[in-house]
Design a protein around this ligand. Structure first.
Ligand SMILES: *[C@@H]1O[C@H](CO)[C@@H](O)[C@H](O)[C@H]1NC(C)=O
Ligand SMILES: *[C@@H]1O[C@H](CO)[C@@H](O)[C@H](O)[C@H]1NC(C)=O
Length: 488
């Protein structure tokens, strides 16, 4: 009897603490992305990720719904050395908890487009009034509701290349601004933290400066709702061997240098000259660009018909690494660790990166007030009424995401990964590395009935939290000591 009780005690102490991926949320401070905890500037080193391409059916699966495929790709993301992926469309009704936890544990953030190619889930750029409906805003709020609860959601894109020709520039700019406002109001009222809302633009010289300025401006002093929190440019102008001048990057910098919000390449990586050398990656992280640009996302992770892939997936789901993967990996490796304060100082020599003092400078009153006209855009006519107010008021009761406990097997990729010579990877080189400190949640009060379950949990949990392990060990020794006394 006595020993039974003791066993029970020992058993409770042996329970592993529940492990969560603790990843720091990223904030926007003025024109920078900033780690909300360390206050260091954050640069996006990423890839665009939409296996199957944009036409892929979303009803049963999306890029974050299959943990085994996520494991395969996260292993490769880590090898590439990236910290962010962008996903163009997801289905908010599917379960993304495991993949998002795995990404967080691996130190990877997500930029997510709220729209999808599914009918009713995106704006018709030529007739936006016909598609800006209650059910449309329901969809985008569901995406927000789901993903706001993950700390590694870095931001949402309200639109991607909605303005892409003269006709769309006639009709859609005002709608984009209204949707940005809807999203920001919804986040303010219903999300656990403030998540940046941006826009991803086609880099067309007709709208390069004007659309960026229009989406940045405040309609009234102090009203920041309809202004983007960050701006993405899809840029394919650096092809093959170029310089800042021959590529026209110098002009891009000039256009955006006075922008008050972070600017990124939401897509880049011209493939007109093959194999790609990714010299533009070095340019993007060099001293002329880092004061204005906060990094970017290479288009794209998987090989699709347009031939931009780094990795090709076969019908069994096995991955074949392509030459561009190796090249990009080696190029990203040459970029020094940008999150360190020293590095930030080095590349932005004229900035102290004291975010606290910068915050006062880049407050909301610094936003430019909207002008009456912007080149090549039609912003005239009556204001558009938001259809979203009732839902913003009530909330949308969509599913909320949350981090789940990972087991050891979740970190192991079971698909084959073949290197460029066709050689299959060893099992050990197909494991996700847990890079984030894992926050433990006290579980000592929870009594479990099955010892088997506890044992399997104990074996499977990656142990990073040495503090609590030592504490538990200490308590265990004490308990053994006392029980010995008690028994004798
Ligand atoms: C999210 O980040 C905040 C701030 O670091 C932290 O307090 C919170 O516990 C985190 N949530 C999860 C689920 O990790
Ligand atoms: C940053 O600036 C603020 C306000 O000017 C100041 O109080 C703070 O000490 C500075 N922090 C650092 C780390 O220099």
């Amino acid at each position: 009897m006595k020993s039974n009780i003791i066993k029970q005690f020992l058993f409770l102490l042996l329970l592993p603490s529940k492990l969560w991926a603790a990843i720091h949320p990223i904030d926007v401070v003025g024109k920078y992305f900033v780690d909300s905890i360390t206050k260091e500037r954050f640069y996006i080193k990423g890839v665009d990720y939409q296996p199957g391409g944009s036409s892929e059916e979303l009803s049963k699966s999306d890029p974050l719904s299959d943990p085994e495929k996520c494991a395969r790709d996260i292993v490769l993301f880590q090898e590439l050395g990236i910290n962010t992926i962008r996903i163009y469309s997801i289905n908010p009704d599917l379960d993304h908890d495991k993949c998002m936890t795995m990404l967080a544990a691996a130190g990877i953030y997500l930029l997510l487009d709220v729209n999808s190619p599914v009918q009713g889930q995106h704006l018709n750029r030529y007739e936006p009034w016909s598609t800006y409906t209650m059910s449309y805003v329901q969809h985008i709020f569901k995406v927000v509701e789901k993903f706001s609860y993950y700390n590694n959601t870095l931001g949402f894109f309200a639109g991607n290349e909605v303005v892409n020709d003269m006709k769309s520039a006639q009709f859609s700019p005002k709608y984009i601004k209204v949707i940005i406002g809807d999203l920001k109001k919804y986040i303010e009222k219903h999300s656990p933290r403030s998540i940046p809302v941006g826009y991803s633009a086609a880099d067309d010289l007709n709208y390069r400066a004007s659309l960026a300025s229009y989406l940045e401006c405040a309609e009234e002093k102090g009203d920041t709702y309809n202004s983007v929190d960050f701006y993405g440019v899809n840029s394919y102008q650096w092809c093959g061997t170029q310089t800042m001048e021959s590529s026209g990057y110098d002009k891009l910098i000039r256009t955006y240098s006075s922008y008050t919000k972070p600017i990124i390449f939401s897509e880049f990586g011209c493939n007109q000259v093959l194999p790609r050398q990714f010299d533009e990656v070095k340019a993007l992280f060099s001293k002329p660009m880092t004061p204005t640009f906060s990094g970017g996302l290479v288009y794209e992770f998987t090989q699709e018909s347009n031939n931009y892939g780094l990795v090709s997936l076969d019908s069994e789901g096995n991955a074949h690494i392509l030459g561009d993967f190796e090249k990009l990996k080696n190029t990203y490796k040459e970029i020094p660790p940008l999150r360190s304060k020293e590095m930030s100082k080095f590349i932005v020599a004229d900035e102290t990166l004291n975010v606290t003092s910068k915050q006062a400078f880049f407050n909301k009153h610094q936003l430019p007030i909207c002008k009456n006209r912007y080149d090549n855009l039609n912003i005239e006519g009556t204001a558009i009424r938001s259809v979203a107010s009732p839902i913003i008021f009530k909330g949308n009761h969509g599913l909320r995401g949350y981090y789940v406990t990972l087991e050891d097997k979740d970190l192991q990729c079971e698909y084959e990964i073949y290197d460029i010579n066709g050689k299959a990877r060893s099992k050990e080189s197909k494991r996700i590395k847990v890079v984030n400190d894992l926050k433990s949640e006290k579980q000592e009060t929870i009594v479990r009935s099955s010892g088997v379950e506890a044992a399997s949990l104990e074996n499977s949990s990656p142990k990073r939290n040495f503090g609590s392990q030592i504490l538990r060990l200490g308590m265990l020794c004490m308990l053994i000591f006392f029980s010995m006394m008690f028994l004798t």
